[in-house]
Design a protein around this ligand. Structure first.
Ligand SMILES: *[C@@H]1O[C@H](CO)[C@@H](O)[C@H](O)[C@H]1NC(C)=O
Ligand SMILES: *[C@@H]1O[C@H](CO)[C@@H](O)[C@H](O)[C@H]1NC(C)=O
Ligand SMILES: *[C@@H]1O[C@H](CO)[C@@H](O)[C@H](O)[C@H]1NC(C)=O
Ligand SMILES: *[C@@H]1O[C@H](CO)[C@@H](O)[C@H](O)[C@H]1NC(C)=O
Length: 456
């Protein structure tokens, strides 16, 4: 009885220990002879027959659009890249190792494809992912997250309403197409969907889609395979519209409104010059944004320069009109001076009147005065006073008359100043009117043309 129990105990413990076999990754590593000084796995391309190409499957997902700089033609995305290839020297049976079918190893231990991005102009200095995953059948998976500073030829013709396409081309640095093939892991629609779900940045650029194409890059006798990811994104134009397009329109409408400012004394001129200066300040901002490209003038540059030119034209027109007005008032000034001179002469005559010959001489003086006054529509009141002077010889009255006469004179001058417009003044008014109509038509035509061009 005791013997049987002891036997059973032994069987049980033995059975228990065999079913609870403990495995560690180290056993797999030992089995594979993976050590840092074993060059077997990292020295050369991992194929048993050198004629076999290594196939690298690649997946690139856009995580964020960090910057799109037109000035330097730079596109800076943040991407997640996944690479998968087969290491033909690695394989183990998971059943031998308690079902372990994958291990992670440091990236220095195994061969890694020498992929690089053609457009990348600046090395990424973010730390590399230290580990990679190895499956029991030899499939190695490497994950990288990269901040790619890439060049991208951007078309800024439609500047704030533009859509840009930027390429990220990935290829091997030295392995030709017969040694290393690069294939996309997920198709374009899946990559687009992944990126849309993942994308973090809500900045100026809206990610639309990604398309994937393959190309054989030929140089000399050799061919390298490239996988090209084309990211399409659209600018959100609101900031530029608020910051730039609308203010220019506002200044333009101010310029149009200034046609209703009176032409006298150069106020209109000053106003227009101020508006023009404001526009040129805005043009300086544009200088910071746009690159200097010679092939096609961007619409926004056309927009600015045509509006600037129109305003310049209206300023020149105002200068012309002001000049004509000045000429008009100058000729009128001459007239006034002459009138003043006459008045002074008359005054002298009146003052020269002697008390003895007051009756005849002074009367003749007054008559003379009233004669000359008839040119300027004499006041009826003056005539009344004139009549009453017949029997009142007061010196005070004479003085009053004189004052009244002077008043009438200045009144006449002022009235004619307002109503009497010379020939050049009439021309000025005509030019002003014609130019205003021309200006309105040109501005509305130009604006509608340019907005149509922007829209398609
Ligand atoms: C590991 O090395 C041992 C001897 O050093 C050898 O017998 C074994 O086959 C090697 N294993 C592999 C997977 O190469
Ligand atoms: C991007 O790649 C596509 C497909 O190969 C090509 O047609 C296009 O010209 C490339 N664009 C740029 C800006 O290089
Ligand atoms: C892309 O791949 C998904 C699954 O991986 C598939 O359902 C879809 O039909 C594929 N689309 C195209 C255009 O091949
Ligand atoms: C590139 O070359 C490989 C091998 O010759 C070929 O299979 C592949 O179709 C080529 N790709 C293109 C885009 O021509």
């Amino acid at each position: 009885m005791m013997h049987v129990a002891f036997f059973l105990l032994i069987v049980f413990t033995a059975g228990g220990s065999s079913s609870e076999k403990v495995c560690s990754y180290q056993e797999v590593v030992d089995y594979l002879n993976l050590t840092t000084n074993n060059n077997l796995y990292k020295l050369t391309r991992p194929v048993l027959n050198y004629k076999h190409p290594t196939v690298v499957q690649l997946d690139i997902i856009l995580y964020a659009i960090l910057a799109v700089i037109e000035k330097t033609q730079t596109f800076i995305p943040f991407v997640w890249a996944t690479m998968k290839w087969n290491h033909e020297r690695i394989s183990w049976d998971p059943d031998q190792f308690c079902g372990i079918n994958s291990i992670s190893v440091p990236r220095e231990m195994l061969w890694i494809p020498d992929l690089f991005i053609y457009e990348m102009v600046q090395k990424d200095d973010s730390p590399l992912n230290p580990y990679m995953y190895v499956l029991h059948d030899g499939t190695v998976t490497l994950e990288e997250d990269l901040r790619v500073v890439s060049t991208c030829r951007m078309d800024i013709y439609k500047f704030p309403f533009d859509t840009q396409k930027c390429n990220i081309s990935i290829g091997s640095a030295i392995h030709c197409v017969d040694e290393l093939r690069i294939l996309p892991f997920s198709n374009a629609s899946r990559a687009t969907q992944f990126s849309r779900e993942l994308i973090q940045s809500q900045g100026e650029w809206e990610f639309l889609h990604v398309s994937i194409s393959s190309n054989n890059f030929t140089f000399g006798m050799k061919q390298w395979e490239q996988l090209i990811y084309t990211f399409t994104m659209k600018r959100r134009p609101l900031l530029h519209v608020i910051n730039f397009l609308l203010p220019i329109l506002f200044f333009l409408s101010l310029d149009i409104a200034s046609f209703f400012i009176a032409d006298h004394r150069g106020e209109k001129l000053g106003f227009k010059v101020t508006v023009l200066l404001a526009i040129s300040v805005l043009l300086l901002i544009l200088n910071d944004i746009l690159p200097s490209m010679s092939n096609k003038t961007p619409l926004i540059a056309t927009y600015c320069i045509v509006i600037f030119a129109l305003m310049l034209l209206s300023l020149l027109e105002t200068i012309l009109v002001t000049y004509l007005m000045e000429k008009d008032s100058a000729s009128y000034e001459k007239l006034r001076l002459r009138n003043n001179l006459e008045v002074k002469q008359e005054k002298v005559q009146v003052n020269n009147c002697n008390p003895e010959e007051k009756r005849d001489n002074c009367c003749s003086c007054i008559c003379k005065v009233s004669d000359s006054e008839k040119q300027h529509e004499p006041l009826p009141m003056a005539e009344g006073v004139n009549n009453s002077i017949q029997y009142q010889e007061s010196h005070v009255l004479l003085l009053i008359l004189e004052e009244l006469k002077e008043l009438q004179h200045t009144l006449n001058l002022h009235l004619s100043c307002r109503h009497q417009v010379g020939k050049s003044g009439q021309w000025a008014a005509r030019i002003n009117k014609a130019f205003f109509i021309f200006y309105l038509i040109t501005v509305s035509l130009f604006l509608s043309l340019i907005f149509i061009e922007w829209n398609n």
